[in-house]
Design a protein around this ligand. Structure first.
Ligand code: SF4
Length: 522
């Protein structure tokens, strides 16, 4: 029988989940150890397909070696191609997001032919063409002027606007933060570049895809934006969401649903206000008031408790802070109020200033919440971090909600028919009560797929007792000696993972002279 409809064609060209993963199926014949038949993978894929069809939530712990990424991509893809309903795949880390898009998807395409799957990043990864056009080039430093030229040339040819395409732009470029497409300064449909906007283009691609690959941070940021301004959200609607690395969901949701005010946020606002006021007479007035905001905030950040070094501390004693530092704190609030009223009067004649009025009023309200709130449903922090280019200490005041379960229950688990939560480590005492309570999942199917590995026979646990703190000078030599010892015990069959690229390269140089080591990194 010849297929008449796209639906029938999909059914005929895409093997069933059972056929795809079975011991005699396509995967088993795909070649290479990675794709050998794994019963746990088949079991997981079938349960995911069932959850998608029945519209239920599913929590799966899949031990190492299950091959879980294919176990959810294939049933999700098949379901989407048959029903025409899109599915979002969300990961905790960028590296897994890249693995899905640059390894798993091409592998599936080598078997199934071209697929409709896209990869979305947060808005700050994309170029804002309007901001690029508005950059006051006279104010750029030498390095920034060079970066501006690189970006300008690239902007004429890029189809995506994704900064990852510009290899020549240093990671630490200070210019990118001024011209990226983050929501704050976006005028949306009113923008002259709306039609060739990189974010709009990304949205269009996502809206035409069967699967959209994102990370949890983008998922929750988008959810938060949707609650406040549905038009500014970027993720398309979807029938289901698959959360891999689901053990990170609670922490990432807490961070995204929190409130934060930082010196960077104030600087960005002042920058946008200074360049966003077109009336020359009013510009001088605004610049003066904005200057007062900058000066008062400088005193405020200096008065924050804690040492002026990178660290995160609980913001204890906030009522005392308000009393003891009242002059400085009130000074900031008064300056913000004045800025707000000047902008508001300009907005009467110039609508484009309205978003700046709104941002100033949000900053004012959120600062008051962070300093004065007596809420016991959040933890209040002060965090100091070095900037990307390593020469500025940025200060953040943050409130992180203690419990995100109510927000997630309504906005995720009651909104989507199906969510799949998976990770290699989700269960506590072989059950999921803990994660379900933390995330607000009232009902869900559950599955534990044991690891293929025999850990008691195939692994060792080695905890060095005398290793110095990683910030100490002696850390490197000590870590090197311990790694050499582990490599000796394992006869070299080890995988050494580093959080710092420099440390990885240094360690490779020092250890590879005695052991054959392969070094892999970005
Ligand atoms: S629509 Fe927004 S992000 Fe896009 S170019 Fe315009 S201001 Fe920038």
């Amino acid at each position: 029988m010849k297929p008449d409809t796209p639906l029938e064609r999909t059914r005929m060209t895409m093997p069933s989940v059972g056929e795809f993963f079975s011991s005699t199926g396509i995967l088993a014949h795909a070649g290479g150890l990675r794709f050998e038949y794994r019963p746990g993978q088949l079991q997981m894929a079938l349960r995911i397909e069932k959850a998608l069809i029945e519209g239920t939530h599913l929590v799966v712990e899949a031990g190492t070696g299950t091959g879980k990424t294919l176990a959810y991509i294939y049933p999700a893809l098949r379901f989407s191609m048959i029903t025409g309903r899109r599915i979002i795949l969300s990961t905790g880390t960028k590296s897994l997001q890249e693995q899905l898009f640059y390894k798993d998807v091409p592998f599936l395409e080598s078997i199934l032919g071209p697929l409709n799957i896209c990869y979305m990043k947060g808005r700050s990864n994309y170029l804002c063409r309007q901001k690029l056009q508005d950059v006051p080039t006279a104010s750029l430093s030498g390095a920034e002027a060079l970066h501006f030229k690189i970006i300008q040339d690239w902007a004429e040819t890029t189809g995506t606007g994704d900064r990852a395409e510009i290899a020549a732009l240093p990671e630490k470029s200070t210019l990118w933060g001024r011209i990226d497409a983050r929501t704050d300064a976006c005028s949306g449909k009113d923008c002259a570049h709306f039609l060739d906007c990189c974010v709009s283009e990304m949205r269009r691609r996502a809206a035409e895809s069967n699967l959209v690959i994102i990370n949890h941070h983008l998922f929750f940021t988008d959810l938060e934006i949707k609650m406040k301004a549905p038009d500014a959200a970027i993720l398309p609607s979807a029938a289901a969401v698959v959360f891999d690395e689901a053990h990170e969901l609670e922490q990432i949701a807490s961070d995204c649903f929190g409130v934060a005010v930082s010196n960077r946020r104030v600087e960005d606002l002042v920058w946008d206000i200074r360049k966003g006021t077109s009336d020359a007479d009013r510009r001088a007035e605004v610049s003066k008031v904005a200057g007062t905001v900058v000066e008062r905030f400088a005193l405020f950040w200096a008065a924050m408790p804690g040492k002026k070094e990178p660290a995160r501390i609980v913001f204890d004693g906030r009522p005392e802070f308000v009393v003891e530092r009242n002059e400085i704190y009130s000074g900031v609030l008064t300056a913000l109020q004045l800025l707000h009223s000047v902008l508001k009067s300009i907005a009467l004649d110039d609508e484009s200033v309205s978003s700046l009025v709104q941002r100033t009023s949000h900053l004012f309200a959120e600062l008051r919440f962070l300093v004065e709130s007596t809420s016991d449903s959040a933890v209040f922090w002060i965090e100091r971090r070095m900037s990307g280019h390593g020469n500025t200490l940025n200060t953040f005041i943050q409130a992180t909600p203690i419990d995100v379960s109510e927000i997630l229950a309504v906005s995720v688990f009651e909104t989507y028919d199906t969510t799949i939560l998976t990770s290699a480590t989700l269960a506590v005492q072989k059950g999921f009560a803990h994660i379900r309570k933390a995330l607000g999942i009232a009902e869900a199917e559950e599955l534990i797929v044991p690891s293929l590995f025999d850990y008691p026979k195939q692994a060792i646990l080695y905890v060095p007792k005398d290793i110095p703190d990683p910030r100490d000078d002696g850390f490197f030599e000590s870590a090197k000696a311990h790694i050499a010892e582990v490599l000796r015990i394992c006869q070299g069959r080890a995988f050494c993972l580093f959080t710092s690229y420099d440390m990885m390269q240094k360690m490779h140089l020092k250890t590879s002279c005695r052991t054959r080591c392969f070094c892999m990194g970005p």
